[in-house]
Design a protein around this ligand. Structure first.
Ligand code: ADP
Ligand code: MG
Length: 227
């Protein structure tokens, strides 16, 4: 269910989003409406219809909850945090999913990394999204290496290096466009939302990828100023 926009570069981000939301939400609603009509006419297996309708509702909910991060920008609560700690908590959270996918998560955290002014919950959300994408890209397993190190006096960098499918060059251009997904159950919002959160923290996201080799996502975040 990939949205194809012609002249997409001429659309504003808000315009792309609006078009995407309309498209993505109309599909499940069409399905639900269809089943309601069928049931009204007394056709088919109601139990089966209910299951599909519930899963279509869940899909809408998933899309909306991811969008809310953008639509209702929560006031970011910036506090000096050790992001190695936030990362460890996130890795623990996703440990089971990694094991089930045969993915080993290797952490390489430099000693004495400075604290970063960030909103802990939002940063967790970013880490979850990038780790999930990495795991999902390694269909036959592999190693996800997560590095945290000091870049210079003012920045800390976080790298997610996976051994997954990689992203073909022509697809790389589409990263960050809302609803761009290659997954059957993907929303195509995780990357965009994460990038937005990092930029709200005055940080940057860089992506490097090679088809059949893997992907590296690098986040650069400004550190706490001494005061
Ligand atoms: P979703 O995960 O729901 O598809 P995302 O916005 O998180 O949405 O990612 C969009 C698309 O970018 C994915 O469907 C996938 O094709 C590609 N992608 C993102 N991260 C990676 C990665 N680490 N390796 C390979 N492809 C990736
Ligand atoms: Mg994702």
């Amino acid at each position: 269910s990939q949205l194809v926009l012609q002249n997409s570069e001429k659309l504003t981000v808000a315009g792309q989003l609006a078009a995407g939301i309309a498209h993505e939400i109309r599909n499940p609603i069409t399905v639900i409406k269809g089943f309601i009509y069928l049931m009204k006419s007394g056709y088919g297996d109601k139990e089966e219809y209910f299951t599909i309708m519930a899963s279509e509702c869940e899909r809408i909910e998933q899309i909306l909850s991811e969008l809310l991060v953008l639509a209702k920008p929560q006031p970011i609560k910036l506090e000096p945090k050790d992001i190695r700690f936030i990362m460890m908590q996130t890795v623990t959270l996703l440990h089971t999913q990694a094991i089930m996918s045969n993915v080993e998560i290797a952490t390489q955290f430099e000693q004495g990394v400075a604290r970063v002014y960030c909103d802990e919950n939002q940063m967790k959300q970013v880490f979850i999204n990038f780790i999930k994408n990495a795991i999902e890209a390694m269909q036959t397993g592999g190693t996800l290496t997560i590095q945290i190190k000091q870049k210079d006096d003012d920045h800390v960098i976080v790298r997610f290096i996976d051994e997954g499918t990689g992203i073909p060059a022509e697809m790389l251009k589409k990263m960050g466009q809302p609803f761009y997904t290659t997954k059957e159950n993907g929303t195509g919002l995780g990357y965009m939302v994460s990038k937005q959160i990092v930029e709200n923290h005055s940080g940057e996201v860089h992506i490097e990828s090679e088809w059949n080799k893997g992907t590296t996502i690098e986040i650069s975040l400004p550190i706490t100023r001494n005061s």
